[in-house]
Design a protein around this ligand. Structure first.
Ligand SMILES: C[S@@+](CC[C@H](N)C(=O)[O-])C[C@H]1O[C@@H](n2cnc3c(N)ncnc32)[C@H](O)[C@@H]1O
Length: 340
């Protein structure tokens, strides 16, 4: 399913200097092997002891890979994921893509091993780093708000394609989370008027913060499904996008720990028995907001694609199709036009 396919695609993101200073300052606090000795804190590195000489990046990464592979909290289905994540975290700490032969200073080694230990508990990398990258945008990410997934880039791509050619395009991103799809559209279709809504006040706050930092204009509002939209745009929307909480209530327990233990349950499931409650409500209300022939684009997982398609067809939508894209070719976006 696409909810669990989001291994970060940025392996070696450049790190703002402010982050590095913070890491240096808190390296000891993050250090899983630090021991309190005589009232002070001494670091004892049994697993990686190197007789006081600086350690090479290659060896540190190997140590981290072993620790991540041993973690039961992380889903290991994607080959090479542990290396990608170890290199990502070391790049984050060092501020640049590490060369395997780089010598790593003690403070950076300490900070890195602390972050690896956090990741081994299942904590998502965007929560650890405080940001993630989505279609070239650096989005702040924090606990309480759904982590944007690489897989959703395909949903944004589908929206951009349908909005670019229009003179005054209007886009609505429901269940916007950190502002993920809405901000991508605002960035890539500057003439578009973009709205993003979410039930969670925390999500809306984070989305607004992201918009400010990126200098992008999106009207974010809190509300239930279409609840946050101004009535004045009814019948004018060209494209509605939504990546809804689509896991069936009794399937939440089957999700990997790194998801169900870290991301709020309301971001994963609408608490319906089939995971289609949000989808049904969207299909019922979208015709009021779309202009004639306007598009509804819904991200879902391969297992639910057929059901979502049926809900849209039964709801009178036209030209309903299941499209497949993204790097891993597993994202499904079900598309359809407003009923006549
Ligand atoms: C799977 S996340 C998608 C977030 C974002 N679109 C993304 O792809 O990064 C689902 C989002 O739906 C929001 N949500 C849950 N129930 C909602 C409701 N009834 N109305 C509006 N948003 C809701 C959650 O707060 C969460 O941000």
């Amino acid at each position: 399913m696409s909810l669990i396919s989001g291994v970060s695609a940025i392996f070696f993101a450049r790190v703002p200097r402010a982050f590095r200073v913070v890491l240096d300052a808190f390296g000891a606090a993050l250090d899983p092997f630090a021991r309190s000795v005589g009232g002070g804190t001494a670091r004892v590195y049994e697993p990686t002891s190197y007789h006081g000489r600086p350690m090479r990046a290659r060896k540190l990464i190997r140590t981290a890979i072993e620790e991540l592979k041993a973690s039961e909290a992380i889903d290991h289905w994607q080959k090479g994921r542990e290396r990608i994540e170890a290199e990502d975290l070391l790049g984050f700490v060092m501020g640049d893509e590490p060369d395997p032969e780089d010598k790593v200073r003690d403070a950076e080694r300490d900070a890195f091993l602390g972050l690896v230990a956090r990741r081994a508990t299942g904590e998502p990398i965007p929560y650890i780093k405080g940001f993630t990258e989505f279609r070239g945008l650096e989005l702040a990410s924090e606990p309480g708000v759904f982590v944007p997934r690489d897989s959703s880039e395909y949903l944004a791509e589908q929206a951009v394609k349908r909005l670019r050619g229009r003179r005054s395009p209007v886009h609505v991103d429901l269940a916007t989370g950190a502002g993920t799809i809405a901000l991508s559209v605002a960035n890539e279709v500057p003439k578009a008027t973009v709205y993003g809504t979410d039930l969670s006040e925390d999500a809306v706050k984070l989305a607004r913060r992201n918009a400010r930092r990126l200098g992008l204009k999106v009207r974010f509002a809190a509300g239930d499904v279409f609840g946050g939209l101004p009535a004045t745009i009814a019948g004018t929307v060209d494209v509605i996008t939504v990546h809804p909480p689509y896991v069936a209530m009794d399937e939440v327990d089957d999700l990997p720990d790194e998801i169900k233990d870290w991301e709020p349950v309301h971001t994963l499931t609408d608490r319906s028995s089939d995971g289609l409650g949000f989808v049904r409500q969207t299909v019922a209300e979208a015709p009021t907001w779309l202009r004639p022939k306007g598009w509804l684009l819904m991200e879902t997982d391969p297992d639910r694609a057929r059901d979502v398609k049926k809900v849209m067809t039964d709801g009178g939508f036209r030209d309903v199709r299941s499209t497949k894209g993204g790097d891993l070719k597993i994202t499904r976006v079900i598309i359809g036009r407003r009923p006549a």
